[in-house]
Design a protein around this ligand. Structure first.
Ligand SMILES: [Fe+2]
Length: 315
């Protein structure tokens, strides 16, 4: 693993929109220490621990809920569909008044939560000699037209061994480091990241890291002996920005979709420039859209001038 510097902490900038904006511009992220209601984070942690108990990988009587050494091949790792997604655990965060108070103060307007969330309960890796980066990427390459901030929340203490998230500082104004192979987006190569730009910290419940779509980042593997990496990543936007539709598909064709939300039905064109996301972050061909998506699917759609800019599943 390359040398990692400490994240800049931005707590002292809260209440100063110009300084916050300048830091965002310079670094490509904001890291706030101890600002989220820890009772809310503890409630989320409880759902993760109950899941790990039911999966048989930690013992109900262990006060620290360490990994017990059981086979964890059935545990989804870095997955975007877990029991916590089915239980809509993200609502504990998205609907908590104290959490929304923090983001209202940060943005100076109501926050808008984008309904896709990944819950991670990663156990220690078996092979600690493998490179520590899970997947170096920027979210922007996979989410063209969706202008959210990535909101990464540690659900337990996450030190250097447990891993957590590492970000590349100050590259948010530069062209993406992703190379492409035709329509395929290749992972960022570790050797393409400028030396001295990786940042991380020891994360604690109550902390939050917000980053730009253009900021390269990666999960770090968990090389602890017996701890789980518990973290949640979700997406947020200032409510005053141009918002995507979060709704349900009512019609799906190769060149058009109908999507319904609280405001009613929206009929949108799909064209070859629309980025419609498949199962693995790949871009679907227009012909594959009705194969992958069906009426009733919950989706997020960024749109402009009556056409789909980006469409992806909610979760
Ligand atoms: Fe990401």
């Amino acid at each position: 693993m390359p040398e990692m510097g400490e994240l800049n902490v931005s707590n002292h900038l809260l209440g100063d929109p110009a300084a916050l904006a300048a830091t965002w511009d310079r670094d490509g992220y904001w890291f706030f220490r101890d600002v989220l209601d820890k009772a809310v984070i503890a409630d989320i942690r409880r759902t993760y621990i109950d899941y790990l108990i039911d999966m048989g990988v930690t013992d109900p009587n262990d006060p620290f809920h360490r990994y017990n050494g059981a086979d964890y091949s059935a545990l989804p790792i870095n997955s975007n569909m877990t029991r916590m997604n089915e239980q809509k655990v993200h609502r504990l965060l998205h609907e908590a008044p104290t959490i929304n108070d923090f983001f209202r103060c940060l943005f100076g307007c109501e926050p808008f939560w984008v309904p896709f969330t990944v819950h991670r309960t990663n156990p220690p890796v078996q092979d600690v000699s493998r490179p520590r980066f899970d997947f170096i990427h920027d979210d922007g390459s996979y989410n063209e037209g969706l202008d959210f901030l990535i909101c990464w929340v540690p659900i337990d203490e996450i030190d250097a061994d447990v891993g957590g998230l590492a970000v590349v500082e100050g590259l948010n104004k530069q062209p993406s480091l992703h190379r492409r192979d035709g329509a395929r987006i290749l992972p960022i190569q570790a050797e393409d990241v400028p030396p001295g730009t990786w940042r991380r910290t020891d994360y604690r419940p109550g902390d939050v890291l917000l980053m730009s779509l253009a900021t390269p980042h990666s999960g770090l593997s968990n090389i602890s002996r017996d701890r789980f990496r518990l973290s949640m990543d979700t997406r947020i936007m200032p409510g005053a920005s141009r918002l995507p539709i979060a709704g349900t598909l009512v019609e799906v064709g190769a060149d058009r979709v109908g999507v319904a939300d609280a405001a009613g039905r929206h009929d949108l064109r799909v064209d070859p420039q629309s980025f419609v996301r498949g199962h693995r972050g790949d871009r679907l061909s227009m012909a594959d859209i009705p194969v992958r998506y069906s009426p009733g699917d919950a989706v997020i759609v960024a749109h402009a001038d009556g056409r789909v800019v980006n469409m992806r599943p909610q979760h």
